[in-house]
Design a protein around this ligand. Sequence first.
Ligand SMILES: [Zn+2]
Length: 200
Amino acid sequence: MPDAWTGRGWSTSGWARDAHVRRVRERAIRYAVNGWPVAPLAVPQHGVCLCLRGDCVDPHLVGGVVRQGFQADAVWSEHPWGIALVTEGFDVVDIPPEFGALLNQHLKTTCPTAMAPARRRWWFFLVPGSIPAGQVAAAGGVLHSGVDDWVPAPGTNSETTGRVRWLVQPHLTSWQPYRRRDPIDLVFPSLTGAVGRAER
Ligand SMILES: [Zn+2]
């Protein structure tokens, strides 16, 4: 892969910035190739935004949804944008710590989970429609859902979220959001499998 940055100056800070840009681009590509749509995100820092307006307060999208690795490579080569995870193939259940810690205890490493430390919010990545929005709201949470909604990807550091980080990385669940199961679901597929084997 050609390196778009080798032509730049090699001052220490420039090198560090370029390394950071490269890491973000690699992350964006990794999400896209694993089926997680991404979008370029402008993250204002200390009242300055990289977008044309420049005086934005909150992080916002600066481009459309990117679903292919090569597209991500192109978009993140041009600008050092942050990454938004578009809630197209999963819902993000954003809940306060009193519920988040408990849910995390139950789900452990079966559900991609992130934390936004500024307001101690827990984010759970679930199959769309897993929890009704009203139930999330009743717990003091917010449901992010649909192709028009998004959350800043872990690694993003904004004033409203703090530095978001993964607690359960998505590769641990093979990039699958959590699918709710009750005992019936757990038993019946295995019975079906057993019947299928007995009949052969
Ligand atoms: Zn802006």
